[in-house]
Write a protein that binds this ligand. Structure first.
Ligand SMILES: Nc1ncnc2c1ncn2[C@@H]1O[C@@H]2COP(=O)(O)O[C@H]2[C@H]1O
Ligand SMILES: [Zn+2]
Length: 570
């Protein structure tokens, strides 16, 4: 059970209490794995005390469904259904995403009340969204000023990460709500703090709703943008090329590489048709995922996710694999790749453990980041309602399988997977007719895609190498500042990029790709990757000789040394 002081709580301002719709929203997205007990045991009593007997939650359905040009209904999934939910004895027919929508409606209603007449029937959703964008911008400016003044965000270890977090909402300390508070009477200092956080939080929430919509609004694009998008579209025609330049693609799509790539791949793989996906929900889900990557991370950002997704697509097209994969496998492979590092804080698990980050205690110091990536993904899937038309057991199965594939990317489990993979190949007992074996190969394929950057063309691989080392060094800088021991590979004064690369290639990448090549052969792609890998390693070796002082030049590991594979790395 996570401590209540760490739970993000979203409360309506007191002025809304007099409105007919009295709604209080609790949102905890990824930090709390099981929402309903929290709502019932923690949030409801507190909210009840704050808002009194008027407090109630009811459903409203504000989502717009746009389906592709296919016949309605699905042969595969049967009739649409929404499972009923109860909460603390109340008939609660909605999940948190619907609560969020309802909150949005309440805000809109309030704005209509205070700022003039309702929009005319003819006004469009786009106009409403643009209006909202202006307000959100204003809110953001206010919020930044407040946050800069808020020393709490810079104090101590927790503060460091709190300020860096982007995908999860700011945290409102429930302890701030004095037990003596009656009917929403909160001490004035506390009220100020809540107001500040609310406005900041509202920016994040609203920006999530806007994400991906504003920039694609017809008329908002420049001619130049069309030109760029034309080039991006041209690149997508070669999306299965191993030389695909994801950095260029990201620039051409104005930082939307992950959303654009995923929409394209879902389309060409026939997943939208097969799963009868709502395009608006899909776009919203992908926007949430893309924006929950931290763009200020040099390595663990949305471009890394797009790069891994593109590699995963190439691997799933390997002839050995492609003929056996079902639409569900392809769906899982692409989704897991796109979301596998979502909301990565730019530091590793040991750092989270030694700074007692709440995620470390939440996930009991085991696969902390991967568990968080998975639970965040599940939160966003539910928030977007992307799978809400599927039978409950189907969407639960998808969530579980996504978890198992994402958790396999925990690099500390490298040996476990490598040994099992080798054993299957030695015994020649992989049977891709079996769903469990296909699942295992999806896990291996995502692991390969996650560490494939040294197998890319030199120019692409070099950029990833420098980015990942820069992220390690930043962690090292932070550790130095906090008087913590500097983690392995994280000292910019002693761990050179070429040395880190040679170690990584020798201990992690080569052992894994040797087996992947065995599995996929004969494969032109695997041959190309191995050739790049060996050339790149040799080149890093030459660079290490140039840069390192003679006495610190380590020998390359011998082949026997390497074959153990799988050392932990940050
Ligand atoms: N080129 C590289 N050099 C060193 N480490 C890397 C490199 N590429 C990936 N990694 C590490 O491998 C890890 C794989 O999982 P993550 O993407 O979470 O984090 C990655 C990095 O920690
Ligand atoms: Zn990754």
């Amino acid at each position: 059970m996570v401590s209540s002081s760490l739970l993000p709580v979203f409360l309506l301002p007191p002025s809304l209490r007099s409105q007919p719709l009295t709604l209080t929203l609790v949102h905890f997205q990824s930090s709390f794995p099981s929402p309903r007990p929290f709502v019932r045991n923690v949030a409801m009593p507190v909210l009840d005390r704050l808002w009194g007997p008027d407090f109630r939650i009811r459903d409203s359905s504000l989502t717009v469904g746009v389906y592709p040009d296919e016949p309605p209904g699905s042969r595969v999934w049967g009739p649409l259904r929404t499972p009923p939910v109860t909460c603390g004895g109340l008939p609660l027919t909605l999940e948190l995403p619907a609560l969020i929508r309802q909150l949005r409606a309440a805000w809109t209603a309030r704005r209509r009340g205070t700022r003039g007449p309702e929009r005319s029937e003819g006004s469009t959703w786009t106009e409403a969204v643009q209006d909202e964008a202006k307000e959100v911008k204003q809110d953001l400016e206010n919020s930044i000023a407040h946050l800069e003044a808020d020393g709490r965000l810079n104090a101590g270890h927790a503060g460091v990460l709190l300020a860096e977090r982007r995908g999860s909402y700011p945290l409102i300390d429930l302890q701030l709500l004095k037990p003596s508070a009656q009917q929403g009477q909160v001490e004035s200092g506390t009220r100020r703090k809540l107001k500040r956080l609310l406005s900041f939080q509202r920016y994040f929430h609203a920006s999530r709703l806007l994400r991906g919509l504003v920039s694609h609004t017809p008329g908002s694009l420049h001619l130049l943008d069309d030109d760029y998008l034309g080039q991006a579209a041209h690149m997508l025609s070669k999306v299965d090329s191993w030389s695909f330049d994801i950095f260029l693609f990201d620039r051409l799509t104005n930082g939307n590489s992950l959303v654009t790539l995923m929409c394209h791949l879902f389309n060409v793989c026939g997943l939208i048709h097969h799963f009868q996906l709502d395009m608006v929900k899909l776009h919203r889900f992908l926007g949430l995922v893309q924006d929950d990557y931290h763009s200020h991370n040099p390595y663990h950002n949305a471009v890394h996710a797009a790069d891994v997704t593109q590699a995963m697509y190439c691997y799933m097209k390997e002839p050995k694999l492609a003929e056996h994969l079902t639409p569900l496998d392809v769906f899982l492979g692409l989704m897991a790749a796109a979301a596998h590092d979502v909301d990565h804080p730019g530091v590793n698990q040991p750092f989270l453990i030694k700074t007692r980050h709440h995620l470390a205690s939440l996930y009991q110091n085991t696969s902390v980041l991967e568990s968080h990536h998975w639970r965040s993904t599940v939160g966003m899937l539910r928030e977007s309602g992307l799978l809400s038309h599927l039978p409950a057991d189907m969407s639960q199965d998808i969530e579980q399988q996504l978890g198992s594939i994402i958790l396999a990317t925990d690099i500390s489990r490298q040996n476990e997977f490598l040994l099992l993979f080798r054993e299957h190949l030695d015994n020649q007992d992989l049977d891709l007719q079996l769903a469990s074996h296909r699942h295992f190969i999806l896990q291996i394929a995502l692991k390969c895609a996650d560490v494939c950057n040294p197998c890319r063309d030199w120019e692409l691989g070099r950029q990833w190498s420098e980015r990942v080392c820069e992220e390690f060094y930043r962690q090292g800088d932070l550790e130095r500042k906090l008087n913590l021991e500097i983690s392995p590979l994280c000292d910019r004064q002693t761990d050179s990029v070429p040395a880190v690369q040679i170690g990584f290639i020798s201990y992690i990448v080569e052992p894994l790709f040797d087996e992947w090549q065995r599995f996929t052969e004969p494969s032109l792609l695997s041959q190309l990757m191995m050739s790049n890998l060996h050339k790149n390693k040799a080149r890093w070796g030459r660079l290490r000789c140039v840069h390192a002082p003679a006495e610190t030049q380590a020998e390359e590991p011998e082949a026997e040394e390497r074959d153990g594979g799988g050392e932990d790395i940050p």
